[in-house]
Design a protein around this ligand. Structure first.
Ligand code: GDP
Length: 301
């Protein structure tokens, strides 16, 4: 059966495979230079950045000696771009405090909802805190996910201090001995400086509510924004220590190659990817499957 990640990459693969087939299909005779050029073009099409492409292709034929094909050599280089992603050791602290940051519309609330639903289905208890106090609609959407997932929910009046919501959420999580507290945040780009200052404050205040928290900070990126998303990401990385990335909407884009640029330029693990809008469409990211799917010549694979 086709994996969900492979299925989610269909648009990207369709955009790439025509060009790849021209050079790699059985019987296609091309010299190495032409092959590398075609690979460069194909990767550019899927929104891999030029710097990353150069790194991937430089002296690739050297790796490809001794029976390894050029494609397999490339797959090896691509997979090696991702940093190690070891599972944490020992029992997690309770509550596990997980902060979600990113620009409006990238899929933060949806990701929180999906992840919460997975955890409650596994028997855990949790709370979703709406620290986006600027848009009433954002809190309402989070509340719907909290009801669906069966978690507690905390919000304050519109315009309240987002850091106060985060603080209270962690305190409630501690006093009720919950397994997890997820904190949703605002992502208004037009007031960038204030947003970053606000995120810093939220991060700091969470640490005051519970020593060692937040235990995880995920930056959510929308794959459909390609290279633009990458420059946004850098702003967020300056504001707070980010532990990992969630890449959403891979299903909706031919720019799925952006995951390679992210790995190369940000040096952060992609923990999860979103390949659709329902709960089961948030899946762990597997670099090996990703690379195989990206470079597959089979459109239907
Ligand atoms: P937020 O402003 O960052 O909290 O973004 P939302 O969670 O409200 O998501 C914005 C839109 O993106 C919603 O319509 C979601 O259903 C949609 N969305 C989120 N993740 C995915 C995904 O992985 N695939 C697709 N196709 N849509 C998604």
């Amino acid at each position: 059966m086709m994996g969900k990640l492979t299925a989610g990459l269909k648009k990207t693969r369709t955009a790439l495979s025509g060009r790849l087939r021209e050079v790699f299909a059985p019987g296609a005779a091309h010299d190495e230079e032409e092959t590398l050029e075609a690979l460069e073009e194909a990767l550019l099409l899927s929104d891999v950045g030029l710097g990353t492409i150069e790194k991937l292709l430089a002296r690739l034929s050297k790796d490809a000696r001794g029976g390894t094909s050029l494609v397999d050599a490339l797959k090896g280089r691509m997979t090696a771009l991702w940093p190690e992603n070891p599972a944490p050791e020992g029992p997690p602290p309770a509550p596990w405090v997980h902060l979600f940051i990113g620009v409006n519309g990238v899929g933060k609330t949806t990701t929180i909802g999906k992840l919460a639903a997975k955890r409650t289905a596994a028997g855990q208890s949790g709370l979703l805190g709406a620290a986006d106090t600027f848009r009433a609609a954002a809190a309402e959407q989070l509340e719907i996910w909290a009801e669906r997932a069966g978690t507690a929910f905390l919000r304050q009046r519109e315009g309240a201090d987002p850091a106060a919501v985060a603080f209270d959420s962690v305190q409630v999580g501690m006093s009720k001995r919950l397994d997890f507290v997820f904190v949703d945040t605002a992502g208004r780009l037009h007031v960038k400086h204030n947003l970053m200052a606000e995120l810093e404050k939220i991060y700091r205040v969470i640490g005051k509510a519970m020593e060692g928290a937040p235990h995880q900070v995920s930056l959510v990126l929308d794959a459909t924004t390609g290279q633009n998303g990458l420059s946004q990401a850098r702003r967020f990385l300056e504001a707070v220590p980010v532990s990992d990335l969630v890449l959403t909407k891979l299903d909706g884009t031919a720019k799925g190659g952006i995951a390679l640029s992210i790995a190369d330029e940000l040096q952060l693990p992609i923990r999860m990817v979103g390949v659709g809008e329902s709960v089961e469409d948030l899946i762990p990211f597997d670099p090996g499957e990703y690379v195989d799917a990206l470079l597959s010549l089979d459109n239907d694979a």
